[in-house]
Design a protein around this ligand. Sequence first.
Ligand code: G
Ligand code: G
Ligand code: NA
Ligand code: MN
Length: 254
Amino acid sequence: LALESRLRRALDEGGFRMHYQPLVCLRTGRILGAEALVRLAVTNGPPVGPGEFIPVMEDNGMIVELGRWVQREVCRQGKAWLDAGYQFDLLAVNLSPEEVRRGGVVEQLRDVLAETGFPPERFEIEITESGLMQRGEDAVEFMHQLKSLGIRLAIDDFGTGYSSLSYLKRFPVNKLKIDRSFIMALPQDQSDAQLTTTIIELARNLGLRVLAEGVETAEQQRFLAARGCDVYQGYLCSPPVPPERFEQAFLASP
Ligand code: G
Ligand code: G
Ligand code: NA
Ligand code: MN
């Protein structure tokens, strides 16, 4: 089946799944929650990751429908975990700039939160730095609308998108996620070590939480903890896993 028809069918017939990657507190080691990442179930064809199918869905507009499903599924799952007595601080989902451009996201999220009863203060939206900077002034207004729902906002892939400091000050965000490309070569690479240290200090000076993506070694974890980074995410703890696995391995038993 051609990729586009496979994606259409997956939307119509429940062929998408969410996986959850733990977010780990660098001070205490506690699991704070998860980033939810979409997966295409392996039926009718070879495995295809979101890095491949998200751009296709952005081009043909299916991203709007996928985004709605992702938000509803994560809120539904999160509410079920809370109702079962599992504790966590937050679940995060990605929002593509193309979903934002096509409109209706704020209303859609308001509906999903109301419908599922998931507490908005435990819901985080991740938007890439480049996606925000493309939109300039509009992004400031859009983020204020999202904040008015009571949710949290994170800037994803931070360090890759040329945010001006003046925008950063005006974006109503809670967290910076340092892009994995800066973490990869830590602690040996001098310039990445400098950059990472500077981003952590910048976040702290602005009163923002700061998370390091793509942490794979204990050395990287120690480097980041020593510099006051709040949270990490990466294979050192776990790759993204199915909800049953996340619940069993990472959520405190109710
Ligand atoms: O999980 P993985 O590393 O394969 O993700 C590849 C890319 O797909 C990442 O950039 C990630 O942000 C994006 N992605 C994963 N899940 C979602 C989703 O639910 N919505 C959007 N818009 N992007 C996603
Ligand atoms: O673009 P975004 O940051 O939303 O995407 C997260 C992506 O990073 C996912 O595809 C996830 O599978 C991947 N990822 C998560 N942790 C690690 C890691 O420790 N190493 C590498 N190489 N990739 C990771
Ligand atoms: Na992300
Ligand atoms: Mn990222």
